[in-house]
Design a protein around this ligand. Structure first.
Ligand code: ADP
Length: 227
């Protein structure tokens, strides 16, 4: 069963074509990576999927609903390429904020904050202000915010950028855990094949807005379609 189905999507910014006849489908409970160079159209696809921008033609369904239906975004967590927040908030203050907008009860928020900080290994940063965090630490906080709520689908735009090797390893482990132990779907945008090759079930290759090929990672890598 597919959680995302995009068919023949076109998107332009003025004269600039960002997505051209773009089609993919993402299986529920799997890790899907959309791979392509900078400027290929990956972020535009994610923004179209979340209805943050309007497409010119084609169709996109999320959770079985057209993306112009706000209910399509229930249970969807999105981490943009650069996570930012008001600099004077503390790490736990940001997590509390996310808990509140997810309508989580006060007691549950406290528990979830502890769990999220622990899972992402940033408990020591709880009282720190956002303005004092490194890019990698902010990225980890962004992930912690996502797991504050009960999401079924995690959309991560270039999640490894800015992370040190340990951070990359921990995030990969977390992504695998979300799939294996909790049956979640994870959609990753990346421009580095080696970052996602081992953890992805499925992959789509995009260049200049066109999806060149998509399917199971192990079948596509090593096949002649990219040679
Ligand atoms: P990627 O995420 O793969 O790096 P993007 O989706 O950000 O690619 O960009 C795809 C193309 O659309 C690029 O040529 C980019 O310059 C262009 N683009 C993206 N956002 C805008 C915008 N807001 N206005 C005009 N052009 C844009």
């Amino acid at each position: 069963m597919s959680i995302i189905i995009a068919k023949n999507v076109y998107k332009e910014y003025g004269n600039q074509i960002a997505l051209k006849d773009f089609s993919i489908s993402v299986r529920k409970g799997k890790i899907f990576s959309l791979l392509g160079p900078n400027g290929a159209g990956k972020t535009t696809f994610v923004k179209s999927l979340l209805h943050l921008v309007n497409i010119k033609s084609g169709s996109i369904e999320l959770n079985g609903l057209k993306v112009n239906n706000p209910n399509s975004r229930i249970g969807v967590g999105y981490l943009p390429e650069r996570f930012s927040f008001f600099p004077y908030y503390t790490v736990e203050g940001v997590l509390e904020f996310y808990g509140k907008i997810k309508n989580i009860s006060k007691i549950q928020i406290g528990e979830n904050i502890e769990k999220s900080l622990d899972l992402i290994n940033i408990s020591s940063l709880a009282k720190k202000k956002i303005s004092t965090l490194s890019k990698g630490q902010k990225q980890r906080l962004g992930i912690a915010c996502l797991i504050m709520g009960e999401n079924q689908l995690y959309i991560l735009d270039e999640p490894f950028s800015g992370l040190d090797p340990i951070g990359i390893k921990e995030l990969k482990d977390l992504i695998i855990k979300l799939r294996n132990e909790e049956g979640k779907t994870v959609f990753i945008n990346s421009h580095i094949l080696s970052e996602v090759e081992k953890i992805s079930d499925d992959v789509g290759f995009i260049n200049k807005g066109v999806c060149l090929t998509s399917g199971e990672m192990k079948e596509i890598i090593g096949s002649s379609s990219l040679e």
